[in-house]
Ligand binder design. Sequence first.
Ligand SMILES: NC(=O)c1ccc[n+]([C@@H]2O[C@H](COP(=O)([O-])OP(=O)(O)OC[C@H]3O[C@@H](n4cnc5c(N)ncnc54)[C@H](OP(=O)(O)O)[C@@H]3O)[C@@H](O)[C@H]2O)c1
Length: 327
Amino acid sequence: MAEQMRAIEITEAGGPEVLQLCTRPVPQPGHGQVVIRVAYAGVNRPDALQRAGSYAPPPGASDLPGLEASGEVVAVGEGVSWPLVGDAVCALLPGGGYAEYVATPAAHCLPVPNGLGLKEAACLPETYFTVWTNVFERGGLQAGERFLVHGGSSGIGTTAIQLAHQFGARVFATAGTAEKCAACVDLGAERAIDYKQEDFVEVLRAEGGANLILDMVGGDYLPRNVRALDDDGRLVQIAFLQGPKVALNFAQVMMRRLTITGSTLRPQSDLAKARIADALRQKVWPLLASGVIAPVMDSEYPLEDAAGAHTRMESSGHIGKIVLKIE
Ligand SMILES: NC(=O)c1ccc[n+]([C@@H]2O[C@H](COP(=O)([O-])OP(=O)(O)OC[C@H]3O[C@@H](n4cnc5c(N)ncnc54)[C@H](OP(=O)(O)O)[C@@H]3O)[C@@H](O)[C@H]2O)c1
């Protein structure tokens, strides 16, 4: 294994131009870890937040951006029984995916699903871990329930629509253009709502209200989400693209027995993430292998042009996932 590698570092908090190519030592596997020679790295909105200085890596994590990758295992630490050197995997990362090599807990690796390439596999972990734990575990989505996801064309949204549809929910999604709405319907949404043309509250109230909402927007969506929920409904917050502070009448939460909750994946313990990986392997990886669900691929950029990938993401012109090619 080489001693030095190419990587993209965040030179200072700022716009996409602060993402610069650098040389770093190749990481070594700690106890329970593997080192992956990265083929592709998925690009996620939290990477852009980290670059802008508003989402610091948790203690002990690499300062390099990149929360998911695919590639070949090239070294394993003590106590690892799977994966082995030579195995092709995709993995959730504590950071450091925008690089030729990355270390991560073995328990956060998953096999590349049959029928998918390394490029598609790189785009699975961050959104599938996030959607599984927030929609099915925390949100408790059940077959037959009305599920609303905002940002339906995002990496998270395209994953949530497909999974909720496969598990028997009635899916509603919001998105900002007619083209994005059409993509949401193609993925299994019963109704896509162009939020610039229609009020999602009215659409959901006409259906009896949402049983579960997955939201990344926040701001004035918070009181509107409360109005859009049915009695006993649940709201799961995974980001606040429009800000976390708002006036909210909590009497509605009490009178209609609503639950407002949320979570972020990255600071959770290695054990918690390993448990999510186990659930995905059992319940979701067979769906990927059978082809009934698949990551929605938007565009590919070379590692050197990570700035271009972030510019694309922040333009919000994309539908689905953006990926960096490393090799
Ligand atoms: N909590 C967690 O553990 C966790 C993990 C991963 C990601 N996330 C969050 O989930 C969200 C989606 O992540 P992603 O990687 O899938 O990102 P993404 O593909 O860039 O999706 C963001 C989407 O949100 C929509 N949007 C609505 N209001 C917006 C606003 N005010 N500003 C910007 N975009 C707005 C945009 O589509 P429209 O054109 O339809 O507006 C955009 O496509 C992000 O906020 C991310 O931070 C949370």
